[in-house]
Design a protein around this ligand. Structure first.
Ligand code: NAD
Ligand code: MG
Length: 422
């Protein structure tokens, strides 16, 4: 079902493959590694598999800095290998796991090692472009990859999908909208699909004016109305950059052209995606907003496993509403669409600038509306600097990502915004 190249569009057989259980190489996921085990997606995944310890075996777990939490999870779930990204946390991890028999590692190479340990499925749940190297390492194993790390597809898009195809990896989306699209697309051939529309909750500031948005504080933006998630994606949801990242993600995952992708605000977060077909049918997937549902699908596909989530009671909910996205108040979505249209390095530059902007906002260095401003400034400067070139390899992607981060921190980025505010 995956898109192999940006041009020409995906062959019909790719979509058909997704609907044909006989072509799914993994009979049943028994062993799992989790990259980003201490995060929100990591916790939801471990919650699911921890309910049936006889059915699942945990191979490797990773975290960046929280050695104590990583060690506790590794012991609880009897992992074979625990890797901490930040080398300065090695001693703490070693102390916490001494005598446990669990192998440990530290640094970037240990994260890649965790991704290459033989496992039926790797859950890629590191946040941001920091997940690129370990997630690529997992793809190279040619097994099932449950992909939560959307920034990987945004930054590396075509390079990543080419690697998936080359290695014969089985890519299952974890993002709820993409999991929904994957299900609503089962059995479809590309020429029958008219449109894929991702829903967006609209975040906590859906009805706020621009003047109100200018004063948003991190603690307000960190309160998402429907989903409980890590800090970065929660801020992305508040700016609606998350939906922009997801449009780019959907473009690489599904056999549609850019103009066939859209977004609609749906504050209840019950309908996750709408796929329209040429006969006028619209297929949607509905569920209560709980990431354990799409995670369960990614682990169990082509079958389904039990998930202890709230059951959907539409009579109780009563009303589902939909409204257009206001790109004037939420310019991040427009910026992302333009980056998608532009292609080449534009999405990677945008993603890197956004990561710097979100971190700066959380550190109270810039305001809420400055995040999108920063992204625009960096894209403009990257253009002038000749950075918007085609990307042919992971190394290319990493080089552009690093350069865009440097620009975001420079006099063209955060320093420029600071001078605007004086
Ligand atoms: P999180 O911040 O809760 O957890 C991130 C994990 O990555 C942690 O285990 C952390 O230790 C690790 N990590 C952080 N920085 C790292 C670095 N530099 N190198 C290596 N590891 C690092 O994030 P999350 O909310 O679980 O999101 C994970 C991914 O899933 C993101 O790409 C996000 O967009 C995507 N996603 C999340 C949700 C959700 O509900 N949380 C929904 C859809 C998609
Ligand atoms: Mg999503």
């Amino acid at each position: 079902m995956v898109k192999q190249t940006m041009d020409p569009p995906t062959a019909a057989s790719d979509v058909a493959a997704a609907a044909d259980p006989a072509r799914v190489p993994v009979d049943a996921v028994r062993s799992i590694s989790i990259l980003g085990a201490t995060g929100s997606i990591g916790a939801s995944t471990l919650d699911l598999v921890g309910r049936d310890p006889d059915a699942f075996e945990i191979v490797a777990l990773t975290a960046q800095t929280n050695a104590e939490q990583l060690a506790a999870l590794a012991v609880k779930h009897r992992a074979r290998f625990a890797a901490i990204g930040d080398e300065s946390c090695y001693a703490a991890l070693k102390a916490a796991l001494s005598g446990s028999g669990i192998r440990i590692g530290a640094g970037a190479s240990a994260l890649e090692e965790a991704a290459t340990e033989p496992a039926d499925c790797t859950m890629a749940a590191i946040i941001g472009a920091a997940g690129l190297r370990p997630t690529f390492a997992a793809v190279r194993q040619g097994r099932r990859l449950a992909l939560a790390n959307k920034e990987c597809l945004v930054s590396a898009g075509a390079v990543f999908m080419a690697e998936v195809v080359r290695r014969g990896a089985e890519l299952l989306p974890v993002d709820s909208e993409h999991s929904a699209a994957f299900q609503a697309l089962a059995g479809a051939t590309p020429e029958t699909i008219e449109r894929i529309v991702l829903t967006a909750s609209g975040g906590p500031f859906r009805s706020w004016t621009k003047a109100q948005l200018a004063d948003v504080k991190p603690e307000q933006a960190l309160k998402h109305p429907n989903w409980s998630m890590g800090a970065k994606i929660t801020i992305d949801s508040a700016t609606m950059m998350n939906k922009g990242l997801e449009l780019i993600e959907a473009y690489h995952l599904f056999p549609v052209e850019k103009h066939q992708l859209g977004a609609v605000v749906h504050p209840q977060s019950i309908v996750h995606c709408l796929v329209s077909y040429r006969d006028g049918s619209v297929l949607a997937q509905l569920s209560c907003p709980d990431m354990r549902t799409p995670i369960a699908l990614a682990l169990a596909w082509p079958t389904r496993m039990a998930a202890p989530v709230e059951r959907l009671d539409l009579a109780k909910i009563g009303t589902l509403t939909f409204e257009a996205v206001d790109e004037d108040r939420f310019p991040a979505l427009r910026i992302a669409r333009e980056a998608l249209d532009r292609g080449d390095a534009a999405p990677a530059v945008m993603n890197a600038a956004n990561e710097i902007g979100v971190a700066a906002f959380l550190q109270r260095r810039i305001g809420f509306l400055d995040i999108a401003k920063l992204v625009s400034c960096v894209i403009e400067e990257a253009d002038r600097a000749g950075l918007m070139r085609p990307l042919a390899s992971l190394e290319d992607v990493l080089a552009v990502d690093a350069e865009a981060r440097r620009l975001a921190e420079s006099e063209f980025g955060l320093a420029k915004l600071a001078s605007f505010r004086l």
